[in-house]
Design a binder for this molecule. Structure first.
Ligand SMILES: NC(=O)c1ccc[n+]([C@@H]2O[C@H](COP(=O)([O-])OP(=O)(O)OC[C@H]3O[C@@H](n4cnc5c(N)ncnc54)[C@H](O)[C@@H]3O)[C@@H](O)[C@H]2O)c1
Length: 703
């Protein structure tokens, strides 16, 4: 069956794009459209052609199921289909409803006329995958909507309602009522009036002072897109539309497109795109697994995390009870929630009515009896096994049968917690990140006895809460924090050996991190790591930890919240100001250790910190804590400020080549300071490096 269907309305042929869910322009569909165009061309009864989409919209663009497959570039390509429209003798009218994105919009732009239904949205989002529109979009859109508007759309990848572009050559007519009827009537009119075929490629672009404008735009786009080559290349392609004849502009677009498709940045962004899709797939829990309905929720503990978690439920329209032991703590928690909502309202993100609606969904209580009927309860009390166990014992007593009992613990053993209930199959970890109402990442911790339906329900719930969920097995720190501990250790050793906090942060920020490790620690609170380390000193006395961080804490420098940490902070500001007192402390500490400080290159800083993540990631993968390398990448991209154009730590290692990663590790192991044992490559890493393989085999992340 073809993905495009053919029918006629009198003298008008109708080619319907029918490739659910979004009429992605896969090989079958492209061939179907071309067959339809060819048929129309030779059928004397057909005077014009309407292209229309079945279902939700015209077309969402490339069919992502074909990414990384030969079908993606197999003939007929989209460029061939558009050439056929342009070479044909009969007018083609694209009828747009819902959305026309990427290649979908390029197909419409290649048609002679475009009609649209109200509410349709268009966009060329290729730049978000590190690419640019490769089927004439950069040449035709400026001819349709003007150079400046087109440039903004293409460089940002923004989705724009067609109504906003009324009055431009983009849409020839807006159709009220049935789109197909309207499009056919429009086509009949074109035929009846014997209008000459009208192509955007024939429209000259006149843009006075193009050079001056593009010079200015280059500076603006270049400044805003550090680390990302696509926006600037897209700009050059749009510039070609204003300075070169159409055919030459197409060739320029093609050349720039080919440069990008092979760029490491685009490969990383495409990897991230597929990795996020793959993360929701659990091999032994198929997507159609039964789930439990979640109509109401409860949160225990209205502190930093509990309040944010409750907001997630309220934002999704799910009523949520919020329980504390003392009225004062409850009031404080509720007040913080209101403050957060009101600050969103001030920014125009919520109306006053929405604030009240969400506050109504949050139901503060001091009594467990009020939670008993909730479908899911998330515990977010102090990180103390004794306190958690107390809470879970009560939950086991009061919660209705079938309720999901979730814990937000960041380090404690979920199996142990589950063991204190008579229903371990209902217990699961939901590890939110701070601030919980903002951060997208949710680590879903699957206990040894967690029921498959419970896991499926929480993965489903995550989507409703607009979170990116990644499954983790049970281990200390789960995936993200277990790895970050090794990264922080390296950052600490680097200080002992010769670097200063600002240099370490700057090197990693230059590499692309949103924030270096010391600025990050100051933001999160140095006391948090201190508490964990104190536990580690007892649990793992054989592991060497850089103790400078403890000295900083002993001075009461917990970070931003105390006005000083690894940096100093001025009242009311968040800028991290290097502090000579810390530099002196660092240098004196090296002396105390008897370490002769040396100059450390930025490259060494980056490699040691990133490869520390990679080596621990490899262990996590091997132990089956993570289901796939790309899941680790998703965690770092969505929860830890890892630069998207690097694709995540495991992808970055693949890009560097695992052989080279192992070689660097051997070099680090020879360093007399630090923890040489840590640099023994994880067996999985050593094996893949020896076999010339990668962590992220392409097939793993294909949808
Ligand atoms: N803060 C973070 O960045 C972060 C991130 C991820 C996970 N976590 C985890 O989330 C949990 C909560 O952390 P937090 O930072 O929100 O702590 P917090 O101290 O801000 O809040 C804990 C709240 O729980 C309340 N509480 C304590 N015992 C209780 C009990 N028995 N019944 C009801 N309420 C009780 C306290 O009054 C307090 O309001 C911890 O397990 C922590 O490890 C924290």
């Amino acid at each position: 069956m073809s993905a495009a269907s053919w029918s006629t309305r009198g003298s008008i042929a109708v080619i319907t794009l029918d490739n659910p869910p979004v009429n992605g322009l896969g090989h079958e569909l492209r061939r179907g459209i071309l067959d339809g165009l060819d048929r129309a061309e030779v059928d004397p009864a057909v005077k014009a052609v309407v292209l229309i989409g079945a279902g939700r919209g015209f077309s969402g663009g490339a069919d992502i199921r074909e990414f990384n497959t030969p079908k993606m570039i197999a003939e007929p390509t989209l460029r061939t289909v558009i050439r056929a429209i342009e070479a044909g003798r009969k007018p083609v009218i694209a009828a747009i409803h819902g959305m026309a994105m990427g290649g979908g919009l390029e197909l419409a732009l290649g048609s002679h006329y475009r009609v649209a239904a109200a509410g349709a949205q268009i966009g060329l989002p290729e730049v978000k995958l590190g690419l640019l529109p490769g089927a004439g979009g950069t040449q035709r859109l400026p001819r349709a909507v003007g150079v400046e508007t087109a440039l903004n759309m293409i460089v940002s990848g923004a989705v724009v309602p067609v109504e906003q572009l009324r009055g431009t050559a983009l849409i020839d007519a807006f159709v009220e009522g049935d789109l197909l009827e309207g499009a056919v009537a429009f086509a009949e009119k074109v035929v009846a009036e014997n209008r000459t075929a009208k192509l955007l490629s024939d429209v000259p672009v006149s843009y006075p002072n193009a050079e001056g404008f593009f010079e200015f735009a280059r500076a603006a786009v270049g400044g805003a897109s550090k680390g990302y080559p696509a926006p600037l290349k897209a700009l050059e392609a749009v510039a070609a539309s204003a300075t070169q004849p159409f055919e030459e502009g197409l060739r320029t677009e093609r050349a720039l497109f080919l440069q990008l498709i092979d760029s490491p940045e685009s490969k990383a962004l495409r990897h991230a795109f597929f990795a996020e899709r793959a993360a929701s797939k659990i091999p032994d829990v198929p997507e159609d697994s039964p789930t439990r309905p979640i109509r109401s929720a409860a949160v225990i503990g209205a502190g930093t995390m509990g309040g944010g978690i409750a907001m997630n439920f309220a934002n999704a329209g799910i009523p949520v009870s919020l329980l504390e032991v003392k009225q004062e703590a409850l009031d404080k928690g509720v007040a913080t929630i209101r403050k957060n909502y009101e600050s969103s309202a001030k920014k125009g993100k919520l109306s006053a009515a929405q604030v009240e609606e969400r506050m109504r969904l949050v139901r503060p209580t001091l009594s467990y009896a009020d939670l008993a009927q909730a479908d899911i309860v998330v515990e977010a009390v102090f990180e103390d096994m004794g306190v958690k166990v107390g809470v879970f014992r009560v939950l086991d007593e009061v919660m209705k049968a079938g309720a999901i009992l979730a814990t937000n613990t960041s380090t404690l053993d979920v199996n142990h917690i589950a063991g204190f209930t008579r229903r371990p199959q209902d217990v699961i970890g939901t590890h939110f990140f701070s601030p919980a109402h903002v951060m997208k990442l949710l680590e879903v911790v699957r206990g040894a006895k967690t029921g498959k339906d419970v896991l499926a329900t929480v993965m489903d719930l995550a989507k409703k809460l607009k979170k990116t969920a990644v499954v983790s097995g049970v281990c200390d720190g789960f995936i993200g924090n277990r790895m970050i501990e090794q990264y922080s250790r390296q950052a600490g050793f680097l200080l002992e050996e010769g670097a200063l906090p600002r240099q370490v942060d700057a090197a990693l920020e230059k590499w692309g991190f949103a924030m270096g490790p010391f600025r990050m620690a100051d933001l999160a609170g140095n006391d948090v790591g201190w508490l964990i380390r104190k536990r580690r000193y007892v649990e793992k006395p054989h592991v060497k930890y850089p103790r400078l961080a403890d000295r900083v804490c002993e001075l009461g420098r917990f970070g931003q919240k105390t006005g000083a940490g690894w940096y100093r902070y001025e009242a009311g500001r968040r800028d991290a100001i290097p502090d000579p007192a810390i530099n002196e402390l660092v240098v004196a500490y090296s002396k105390e250790l008897g370490v002769e400080r040396r100059k450390i290159s930025d490259e060494e800083i980056v490699e040691r910190c990133i490869y520390a993540l990679v080596n621990e990631g490899a262990r996590i993968l091997e132990e089956g804590i993570a289901l796939r390398a790309s899941d680790i990448d998703v965690i770092y991209l969505t929860g830890y400020g890892f630069p998207p154009f690097r694709g995540g730590p495991m992808f970055a290692a693949d890009t560097a080549g695992l052989y080279n990663v192992v070689r660097s590790m051997k070099r680090f192991a020879a360093n007399p300071h630090g923890d040489p044992g840590f640099w023994t490559p994880a067996p999985l890493l050593a094996r893949l490096a020896a076999e010339g393989k990668t962590f992220n085999a392409a097939a793993e992340t294909r949808p």
